[in-house]
Write a protein that binds this ligand. Structure first.
Ligand SMILES: [Zn+2]
Length: 306
């Protein structure tokens, strides 16, 4: 890693992270991300440029607005640092190539969607649909190298020139988008049948279309499976935490016996989990990031085990 590249790239990541914070706050609320200038959500005073320096300002002001002292969420700091780290990781993994640019853009969108989903349970079209378009365009420049490029040339004669390769890569991106979207659409339909209420919105379908366009079929399926496992583990962990907490409360406050408190707490904990919206978009975006850094290694390791 060359420090003359890494350092400016990290600084660029911090600046993009700062902009991403604006997007995370404004896009779900339908406010423009360019106008008006950043303002404190509490006192609505515009934030001067010297209070808007990534990381430094948050630390200097100790996470409070200079005027009204309203606390500023540590999310601002986290998103800036994560975007900086993401840009560095892309450079470390892909070197000084166009792939680094592609995955910086992809990771930037994923981070933004992860935080908007966690905060608002909403995945803005401005991120997912522009991401889908960006993924398809990138496939023309950086080969996706997925199933279509591997299988199709054996079936139909294709021009061996650059245009043929570009077309295959684009088809890989389109196939990835179609597979990602239909998986989530199908899962949503099954969930609606089984539970009687909507568990996944159409936002998740568009999110996976975008992920598919960037990653191709294989890594998209990897993303969906890994996210399902992570989401299930998270659900199980939440269920147990709520169960233990409510059992203790019942024993202390209602003086119930251990077995009775455990049984009743279990009943109320399972109902609580059914109503609790598991932010599936958070797991999908997180695992999509794991997929582009480690997915091919993990898949290779998995095939060797079979
Ligand atoms: Zn303020």
């Amino acid at each position: 890693m060359d420090f003359a590249v890494a350092l400016p790239l990290f600084a660029l990541g911090l600046a993009f992270g700062s902009f991403l914070n604006v997007c995370i706050y404004r896009l779900p609320r339908g406010i423009s991300v360019v106008h008006p200038r950043s303002a404190c959500p509490h006192c609505e005073q515009p934030i001067p440029f010297y209070d808007n320096v990534p990381i430094v300002s948050w630390l200097v002001l100790r996470g409070r607005c200079r005027r009204c002292q309203a606390p500023i969420s540590p999310r601002y700091l986290a998103v800036e640092l994560l975007t900086g780290a993401l840009f560095l990781a892309c450079y470390g993994h892909f070197g000084l190539t166009l792939a680094t640019l592609k995955y910086c853009v992809f990771g930037f969108l994923l981070l933004g969607l992860m935080f908007t989903d966690a905060e608002t349970q909403f995945l803005p079209d401005k991120m997912t649909l522009s991401g889908l378009a960006a993924g398809l365009l990138f496939s023309l420049v950086i080969p996706v190298n997925d199933l279509v490029s591997e299988i199709l040339p054996g079936l139909v004669p294709l021009p061996a020139s650059g245009a043929g390769g570009r077309l295959l890569s684009l088809l890989d991106a389109v196939a990835g988008a179609a597979v990602g979207a239909s998986f989530l659409y199908g899962a949503g339909a099954i969930y609606l049948r089984a539970r009687g209420h909507e568990g996944m919105g159409f936002g998740d379908v568009k999110l996976m279309a975008m992920v598919g366009a960037f990653l191709g079929i294989r890594l998209t399926i990897f993303t969906i499976f890994a996210a399902s496992i992570a989401g299930s583990l998270f659900g199980l962990w939440t269920l147990c935490a709520v169960w233990i907490k409510r059992t203790r409360r019942r024993m202390l406050r209602l003086h119930e016996s251990g077995p009775q408190a455990r049984r009743r707490a279990w009943g109320s904990a399972t109902i609580a989990l059914q109503r609790f919206p598991v932010p599936f978009g958070v797991f999908l975006t997180g695992m999509a990031m794991v997929a582009f850094f480690l997915g091919n290694h993990l898949l290779g390791w998995y095939w060797r085990w079979l």
